[in-house]
Ligand binder design. Sequence first.
Ligand code: HEC
Length: 141
Amino acid sequence: MKRLAPVAHAAALLLAFSLAACSKQESATPAAAPAPTAATTTAPTAEVASAPPVQAANDEGKAVYNKTCALCHAAGVAGAPKPGDKADWAPRIAQGNDTLYKHAIEGFTGSKGAMPARGGGASLSDEQVKAAVDHMVAQSR
Ligand code: HEC
């Protein structure tokens, strides 16, 4: 019995390898169609690598959020919805961006507490407040 163990192990490894090779080929096929040999391994990796930076585009929203909004929203002070708390955000997001922007810019009192106009940051522009809303919403979908 003990002698068989390494063989089984090797077989499992082989299987894993061939499965990996197989799935790699499958995912590479559409992208690699014009030049099968060269693009086979590089195309899928490049696609994955270029996917994440979408959120980095909202640096301003992040900065405004950290400076002004996080004071309440990061810890849920006074009932402020925390970014990433999907249950709290879902019905808010469902109202649509225009309502969220309006509530953030003009302030509003909901069932949980009072959201001050511009989060108390009176000097913030509408665009800055909207960017901060976008930042929170993007983390809470
Ligand atoms: C003084 C605390 C406080 C600060 C600072 C604050 N908020 Fe709020 N915010 C709240 C509270 C409390 C609520 C929840 C009110 C409720 O639903 O009852 C809220 C809710 C919201 C909502 C959801 C609105 C809706 O319609 O459900 C948005 C969007 C929002 N805040 C954006 C911001 C932005 C953007 C900033 C920074 C510019 C900010 N908040 C700063 C307390 C704060």
